[in-house]
Design a protein around this ligand. Structure first.
Ligand code: XIL
Length: 393
């Protein structure tokens, strides 16, 4: 029995057919109808839970594709720039910024009452070439310049910043930290330093670490969870201004069924540290694209549902963002890094190539329409911090 039906049954057991509370020997309880379904778009459904819904977008798609733009307007509260705010894109030369694409997304957001997710300040895969030599010389100035230009420019729109993107790498050193150009220059302290630098420019925003590979409970996923918690605990000991964590949530059907219990326990570990959690890049990578479309779409929806059931059961999770909205534009459509896009090659987003809802959409909508009842997780309410310690890791 799910938490919701369990709850409905409990209420049903308490209310007599007259509608009054039943005491003593009363007639057998009647089933109570479920509440009517909530609003039929993702953002309105998220609002009923006090949450927001968003998607990653590119300026060119908003500009050139009316159908896609209308879908973004209807479904999203928050827009994540898929490319425009990355350092190499926005700061192509030491003395030259290029905020044209980001300004366009920002203008679209302002006109339409949307928010922007600040993705991202430091990412090892988006360091401009001109900055590499300076960083190698242990010079913080390039970072200072980018933060100083980007953060104040969008301060009216950005509530959350991914200050450091993908700092974890468990295949390498024992500390689980990626040997990025930032690490090479400043050691692990670059993360604390970046958070302080962002805080001084964005006193009101929530500052996040964003990373992938934390959702699946295989050996790699568990190691990444441990590395993240160790990083967080170290930063907290040093008083770093870390407000939350972004779980990218690039789910992968090749990695098997999601272990919901262990994911719930991991989210509880984050929440018990007082952190906000955002789902920042949800999508589903398919394993077998030779199957019939209907089967493929059900498998994708099942994975999204299993994930969202757990994520939305955790009050620390404040918003859900998908990495793209329609299979028409998804980074998973490329066969490999840099190869040509084939719209719909992978069907891992809520809307299909025709920008129409498919099972992922309906699964997400249903999950967001559930009245918040924290404790819906499989296995019931989560254990307290001490009972849960170490669990899921
Ligand atoms: C991806 C974009 O979607 C691609 O178009 C680009 O070529 C590479 O970056 N994790 C992140 C995102 O944090 O910024 C990445 O976006 C996807 C993985």
């Amino acid at each position: 029995m799910t938490g919701l039906t369990r709850r409905a049954a409990l209420i049903g057991a308490m209310i007599a057919p007259t509608g009054r509370l039943a005491f003593g020997r009363e007639p057998a309880p009647q089933p109570v109808p479920l509440p009517p379904p909530g609003p039929a778009d993702l953002r309105s459904a998220a609002h009923t839970q006090g949450r927001f819904f968003g998607a990653a977008v590119q300026d060119g798609h908003l500009r050139g594709d009316f159908q896609f733009r209308e879908a973004v307007l209807a479904q999203c509260d928050s827009l994540t720039p898929e490319l425009a705010l990355k350092w190499a894109a926005a700061h192509p030369a030491q003395d030259r910024f290029d905020f044209a694409a980001m300004d366009e997304i920002a203008a679209f957001a302002r006109t339409n009452g949307k928010r922007v997710h600040g993705h991202t300040l430091l990412w090892h895969r988006s360091v401009p070439d001109w900055a590499l030599a300076a960083l190698a010389a242990k010079n913080w100035e390039p970072i200072h310049r980018y933060f100083g230009a980007a953060i104040p420019r969008y301060q009216d729109l950005i509530d959350y910043w991914d200050v450091v993107n993908e700092p974890l790498e468990i295949a390498g050193e024992a500390d689980g930290l990626r040997r990025s150009p930032f690490f090479a220059a400043f050691g692990p302290d670059y993360i604390r330093r970046a958070l302080h630098a962002a805080r001084s420019l964005a006193p009101e925003a929530k500052l996040l670490i964003n990373d992938y590979g934390l959702e699946h409970a295989d050996a790699e996923g568990r190691a990444r969870r441990r590395a993240l918690l160790a990083l967080i605990d170290g930063l907290r000991r040093q008083g770093a201004p870390l407000d939350g964590v972004g779980l990218q949530a690039h789910l992968d059907l090749a990695r098997g069924v999601l272990d919901q219990t262990s994911l719930a326990a991991f989210l509880h570990e984050l929440a018990s540290r007082g952190l906000t959690v955002l789902v920042t890049e949800l999508d589903v990578r398919e394993a077998d694209t030779a199957r019939p479309l209907a089967e493929r779409d059900e498998a994708v929806a099942d994975a999204a549902r299993a994930f969202l059931e757990v994520a939305l059961d955790q009050p620390a999770v404040k918003g859900i963002t998908t990495w793209g909205l329609s299979d028409r534009y998804s980074w998973l459509n490329a066969e490999g890094e840099g190869s040509a896009m084939r719209p719909g090659r992978n069907r891992g987003l809520p809307l299909d190539v025709g920008v129409q809802p498919k099972p992922f959409f309906h699964a997400a909508l249903a999950a967001l329409q559930k009245p918040p009842f924290f404790g819906n997780s499989p296995g019931g309410p989560l254990p307290g911090p001490s009972a849960g310690e170490g669990y899921g890791l």
